[in-house]
Design a protein around this ligand. Structure first.
Ligand code: HPA
Length: 249
């Protein structure tokens, strides 16, 4: 996965607060100029590859998506030597092929979040910087994840536009219809500004999504925590397998 010998950062989301299979060599509580990250950094090896794991919502899960300190999380991984980040995200499926427990490796993002601290480039700047963000997800990294999914026969969708919403509530059916008209295939609350912040620091970033429910209005029932938990239970082993295999490669 990593083109250099630098560690790969894995940001675990809902359902992935720890990473079994990681041979842990250390855990560090760190601070950044942007504050404290969501959790300690767990360092170790996954199939021989150095990995730094961070739990996006804290461990135990306690930080809602709109209160995650995305800047501190990305900066902490950067300072730990990470140059490739895999963001694991629980998402809702909008596209008909994206049902519960399906893994998604999207290629684009539309950002509907607001009020989040979404840039490192603010305050007392020497010059204004506008990063290119045409392709938010690293192509080579996406290919590695898709190859790993194929090798392990984990069913996945290797396409899609991730619509990042503010949360913490789920969407209305009309909001999902609007997002669909915009071209969104999946919806989640944590994809942004994480991906943009990684890009600002020149890091490679990929999203590994797990569909945990059909988005609002896309099934014949309202969304329940029970169905979300069942899909996590069913699908997270595939996510873990993809992570392990992609490290070995
Ligand atoms: N909407 C937004 N975020 C989500 C969803 C959803 O339906 N499911 C999991 N995260």
């Amino acid at each position: 996965m990593s083109e250099t010998s630098s560690a790969v950062g894995i940001i675990g989301g809902t359902g992935l607060t720890t990473l079994s299979g990681l041979k842990i060599t250390g855990a560090r509580t760190v601070e950044t100029p942007w504050g404290a990250p969501s959790s300690e950094l767990t360092e170790g090896r996954l199939d021989g590859q150095p990995v730094v794991f961070l739990s996006r919502h804290g461990n135990p899960h306690r930080i809602p998506p709109h209160e995650v300190n995305y800047r501190a999380n990305i900066k902490a991984l950067y300072d730990a030597g990470v140059r490739t980040v895999i963001g694991v995200n629980a998402v809702g499926g909008i596209h008909p092929d994206m049902g519960p427990a399906c893994v998604v490796i999207p290629e684009q993002i539309i950002d509907y979040t607001w009020g989040r601290a979404g840039t490192f480039f603010e305050g007392d700047l020497e010059r204004v910087t506008h990063i290119d963000f045409t392709w938010p997800y690293d192509k080579a990294g996406r290919d590695v994840l898709m190859q790993a999914a194929t090798a392990h026969e984990v069913s996945f969708a290797g396409f899609g536009v991730y619509g990042a919403t503010q949360g913490p509530r789920l969407e209305t059916a009309a909001e999902i219809r609007r997002m669909e008209r915009d071209g969104c295939d999946l919806v989640g609350m944590t994809g942004m500004p994480e991906a943009a912040l990684a890009a600002e620091l020149g890091m490679r970033y990929v999203c590994l999504g797990l569909v945990v429910n059909r988005a609002a209005g896309k099934s014949d029932h309202v969304i329940t925590m029970e169905e979300i938990e069942a899909a996590i239970e069913q699908g997270m082993s595939g996510v873990r397998q993809i992570l392990e295999v992609s490290m070995a490669g």
